[in-house]
Design a protein around this ligand. Structure first.
Ligand code: CS2
Length: 483
């Protein structure tokens, strides 16, 4: 039997139910990017706000890229389950906050109608780093992006994130306050979205651009929760726990954190009810999380891919990779200032524990996607700052060499072909292959501004990278990480 409103009562005992009257929910939030991360993170904070008695905050979930999730959720009346697992412990709940799930290309009018509805005062987004049509080297709007070109010529039938947001805002009564919270892993994510949206709007409607600049709030936010993509095995496992089939079931860790800049234009759900922290300055939290968690994650992912290790927990059970992960985290930790009152060293220890959580099948291939978008946020600022101060970061520099080797070789150390999912990778890989392995060649690769920026990289670092790539080519990943 499939999960739906009428089958809720058949869920296994011990599964937590929404616990409020869903028929009283009205729509108050639009979320763009209906992936697992949103459903396991922001939606649960909104669920907590609703449970505390405020029924204004039903979520309209919008997918831009594929119809599967909107279809699955619609067939389940918006309901889905989240199981939190750490070691042997597991708790499962059914979430009721999603009142409508739409696939934008098939339901554009409804999506734009929801964005224009004055009762909707909050929009949240998780569309991945590449979903914002940002030019990789300038950080401005990429007007050569095919979706942006399409939307500029048909602004009322948009398909990009920016195009959909702008078209919705254009229909909105100008005095209806709106806050848009970007929840993707980018430094200054709210500021970046604001700049891109204003730049896009300038090209279709300068009055709208002014309205966005003056009236729409785009607070920065740090989001954190490890949410592996669902697999047939995780869906079957969830079915056993639930006693019902749930095509949108999530299995994730117990940890969750959301730190949001307290800068909203109008009403918002009381996300504090779910433990969110509203603060004046999110930047130190963002830098700490993006570098320590995401930076170490990426270091683990590429090394594990080359070693043929499939999950983060399996990598952490390997003594060489575990020591490398700790080293990379220490390198990254040395580059961040602790948020006020925050114990960074304890945070680091907790992260290592979270990575060891063998109850999660967190695939290193999932983390390895879109490296050309992620590495400039997660490693390169730390490497640049350190290089400028003449400081060597031995583990992080090895991590960079490992990533370049992964892109260049496209196969593991055991000769298995690797599937690289990253639209920006072919251009960098081509440069790397043309370049060879000496320092001059690495200099060529580091001149790929879309990833490494315009500033030249210091010579000593370039030489060290060339040395590491040589070891990787001749003796493999374990040899590099052990020396
Ligand atoms: C991961 C993140 O896939 C990745 O790149 O590093 O999704 C990570 O699990 C989350 O940011 C944790 O908050």
């Amino acid at each position: 039997m499939r999960l739906a409103q009428r089958t809720l009562c058949s869920a296994n005992a011990g599964v937590r139910q929404p616990g409020y009257d869903r028929s009283r929910l009205s729509r108050g939030v639009v979320h763009i990017g209906l992936g697992a991360f949103h459903r396991a993170h922001q939606a649960l904070y909104t669920e907590a706000a609703i449970r505390s008695g405020d029924t204004r905050w039903g979520i309209v979930g919008v997918s831009l890229r594929g119809p599967r999730m909107a279809r699955a959720l619609s067939a389940q009346d918006g309901l889905y389950s989240v199981t939190e697992r750490q070691g042997a412990e597991a708790t499962t709940r059914i979430v009721g906050a999603v009142v409508q799930a739409l696939y934008a290309p098939h339901a554009l009018e409804q999506v734009l109608g929801a964005l224009a509805d004055p009762a909707v005062s909050v929009v949240t987004c998780t569309v991945t780093e590449k979903g914002y049509s940002q030019h990789p080297s300038t950080s401005d709007l990429d007007t050569a992006d095919t979706d942006i070109q399409h939307d500029l010529s048909c602004p009322d039938a948009p398909r990009s994130t920016l195009g959909v947001l702008a078209a919705g805002l254009r229909r909105r009564p100008p005095d209806a306050p709106l806050s848009i919270v970007c929840c993707d892993n980018m430094a200054g994510n709210g500021d970046a979205l604001r700049r891109l949206l204003v730049q896009y709007a300038m090209l279709i409607d300068p009055v709208l651009a002014r309205r966005i600049r003056d009236d729409v709030a785009l607070p920065n936010a740090m989001v954190d929760r490890i949410v592996p993509a669902a697999t047939p095995a995780s869906l079957n496992w969830a079915q056993q726990r639930l006693g019902l089939r749930d095509e949108a079931a999530i299995v994730c860790e117990t940890f969750s954190q959301w730190v949001i800049e307290d800068r909203f234009a109008g009403p918002r759900p009381a996300w504090e009810a779910g433990g969110a922290l509203l603060t004046g300055d999110v930047r130190p939290f963002q830098a700490m999380k993006l570098r320590l968690l995401n930076g170490t994650h990426s270091a683990i992912a590429y090394a594990a891919q080359l070693c043929g290790i499939e999950t983060v927990a399996a990598a952490m059970a390997d003594p060489v990779l575990e020591a490398f992960a700790r080293g990379a985290m220490d390198d990254l930790r040395a580059t961040v200032a602790a948020p006020p009152g925050f114990d960074v060293s304890r945070y680091g220890k907790e992260l290592l524990c979270r990575f060891r959580n063998a109850a999660l099948e967190h695939h290193t291939a999932q983390i390895a996607t879109d490296g050309t978008q992620k590495i400039p946020v997660r490693w390169l600022p730390a490497l640049r700052e350190s290089a400028a101060a003449g400081i060597e970061r031995p583990y992080l520099e090895r991590a960079l060499a490992v990533w370049l080797h992964y892109l260049r070789s496209e196969s593991s150390d055991h000769g298995e072909a690797l599937v690289i999912r990253d639209p920006g990778a072919p251009a960098l890989a081509a440069r790397l292959r043309a370049a060879g392995c000496d320092a001059a060649a690495i200099r060529q690769a580091l001149a790929h501004a879309a990833v490494f920026g315009d500033e030249p990289w210091p010579e000593p670092l370039t030489h060290r990278l060339a040395g590491h790539l040589k070891v990787l080519g001749e003796r493999g990943t374990v040899a590099l990480l052990s020396c």
